[in-house]
Design a protein around this ligand. Structure first.
Ligand code: IMP
Length: 192
């Protein structure tokens, strides 16, 4: 039995000295991803949208979401960084990988793992508009409404969650925990 077999599917996991409890299991996540995929398929019928995955956190979600979309669609990735190895958002955004596709006149669907302060999404939307696309919509698997400091329109939200740090299903803590198929929430949040 290897380490990841021990970690996955259990009610709690330890990562980098912190303990996290199971919050959303595989079935709940998949059911919601399927609903969002169906809604997107209906909304974009007759169009060929391009999904823009915000790396690294969205890689697992976007893979499942794309399989749940039943119309022709394309994919590209954009790599941003804001958290480093911290559990509290710094609010700083850096671009690490540019988008290769020509987005002019396209129907863009931005796919994020989580919207926390909203600063990353605000930056993403501003930069996306520069490409002069036909339309831009936002899909985020998770949203922390209590943490959000800027007004950004989120068109599809998987789950609204408390203002607590989460890992798994692509979301990391210092680059670890992304391989967990479920989403886990921090047990003892730091005092602020
Ligand atoms: P924002 O700019 O504060 O909204 O943060 C967005 C980015 O921070 C997300 O794309 C994630 O990469 C990261 N992030 C925010 N909250 C969490 C969390 O609870 N766990 C892991 N990463 C997070």
């Amino acid at each position: 039995m290897n380490e990841s077999t021990v970690m996955t599917g259990t009610k709690s996991v330890a990562l980098r000295g912190d303990r996290f409890s199971l919050f959303l299991d595989k079935a709940k996540i998949q059911a919601r991803v399927d609903e969002i995929g169906a809604a997107i398929s209906q909304e974009y019928e007759g169009k060929v949208p391009i999904l823009i995955g915000v790396l690294n956190g969205s890689f697992m979600f976007i893979a499942d979401l794309m399989r749940a979309i039943h119309i022709p669609c394309e994919i590209d990735f954009w790599k941003l960084s804001s958290y480093g190895a911290e559990k509290v958002s710094s609010g700083r955004v850096h671009e690490l990988k540019k988008i290769d596709a020509d987005l002019e006149g396209r129907h863009i669907i931005i796919v994020e793992d989580i919207v926390d302060t909203g600063l990353s999404m605000q930056y993403i939307l501003e930069r996306m508009r520069e490409h002069e696309p036909a339309s831009i919509k936002v899909v985020t698997l998770l949203h922390k409404p209590e943490a959000t400091r800027v007004g950004v329109k989120l068109d599809y939200i998987g789950f609204r969650i408390p203002h607590l740090f989460v890992i798994g299903y692509g979301l990391d803590y210092g680059q670890q925990g992304r391989n967990l198929p479920e989403i886990y929430i921090l047990d003892n949040p730091p005092e602020v």
